[in-house]
Write a protein that binds this ligand. Structure first.
Ligand code: PBG
Length: 308
């Protein structure tokens, strides 16, 4: 009688890359660490072994490599490119690699794009840099690039840049309906941008009060050539996931973001709920709402539970 099912194939595991060797725990994300490039390969191998089809990579860029123009984003030797090459060398097509396209891990001001003197994020100037970043990630071996910046017009521009650079096989997963949310705090700790960011991201991320606008955002990205779209955050926005899944004919993913993960872990630590049950119930809810898959920091634990 069960209408939906959850399997490890529905999960994408976000991973944080750091310089040097080893593991750096993240205080606001208990149980999640940043990993050196060698260790990230072992994490990807564990994901592959648990039948998770893809990992999504985010870097903690060293401070001396951050700049107002975020140029490190298109350095072919940046941390994410090193990690992509290492994973692909070790595991090939056994695991998909999704690389985030946005400037916030690389800018000295923590915004996802270039800013003017007043701190306002400049759309079209940013899109030019995102095109270079996407091509750099594709050349390093990314299977999917995932623009999370929410600039307008970047999907079409990135598609054109990829095709022009001979990377027509690389897919685009668009963060199409991404809200200016209070749930991103631990992620900003993980990529080292929380202390740098002044102000907020409301001039380009969406207003949590808006639903119909999400349909317009998705329609534009579909029109520009997105292969799949994403809604973010996850659980508080399941109505948006459901609306998009019934309106559009392409895969829709949801991102159970860092603040959601932290809430679950805090509830468990407080003795308020049982961890495994919370993980499986929340992830099943995404599938019930119509999501094709979920990005979640619980992916490996969930996959291991599902694999028995
Ligand atoms: C930024 C980006 C963010 C996340 C993924 N990409 C944060 C933000 O927009 O400030 C958040 C993910 C999470 O909270 O887990 N390009």
């Amino acid at each position: 009688m069960r209408e939906t099912s959850l399997s490890p194939h529905d999960l994408i595991w976000p991973l944080f890359v750091t310089g040097g060797d080893g593991e750096e725990p993240i205080a606001s994300l208990p149980g999640v660490s940043r990993w050196g490039v060698c260790q990230i390969v072992e994490q990807a191998r564990a994901a592959r072994d648990a039948h998770i089809p893809a990992v999504a990579l985010f870097p903690n860029t060293p401070a001396d490599r951050r700049s107002p123009d975020g140029a490190e984003a298109h350095n072919p030797d940046n941390l994410v490119c090193q990690a992509i090459r290492a994973i692909k060398d070790a595991l090939g097509d056994d695991i998909g690699v999704i690389a985030d396209v946005a400037l916030d891990p690389y800018t000295s001001h923590g915004q996802d794009g270039l800013i003017d003197a007043a701190g306002y994020v400049l759309n079209d100037e940013t899109v030019d840099v995102l095109m270079q970043q996407a091509v750099t990630l594709a050349h390093a071996g990314a299977d999917i690039v995932a623009p999370s910046d929410m600039m307008d017009g970047r999907i079409g521009a990135i598609r054109g840049a990829l095709d022009h650079a001979g990377e027509s096989r690389v897919q685009i997963m668009s963060y199409a309906a991404k809200y200016a949310s209070a749930f991103y705090g631990p992620f900003r700790d993980a990529v080292g941008s929380r202390g740098l960011l002044k102000g907020d991201k409301r001039s380009y991320q969406m207003d949590p009060a808006n639903a119909r606008e999400a349909l317009r955002e998705v329609a534009m990205d579909v029109d520009e050539g997105a292969d799949s779209v994403m809604v973010k955050p996850g659980l508080p926005y399941l109505d948006i996931v459901a609306m998009i899944a019934t309106t559009f004919d392409l895969p829709v993913y949801a991102y159970q973001v860092s603040g959601e993960y932290a809430m679950i872990e805090a509830a468990v630590a407080a003795g308020a709920a049982e961890r495994d049950a919370l993980i499986l119930e929340t992830l099943t809810a995404f599938k019930r709402a119509g999501a094709s898959g979920v990005l979640t920091y619980h992916a490996l634990d969930a996959a291991r539970l599902l694999n028995g």
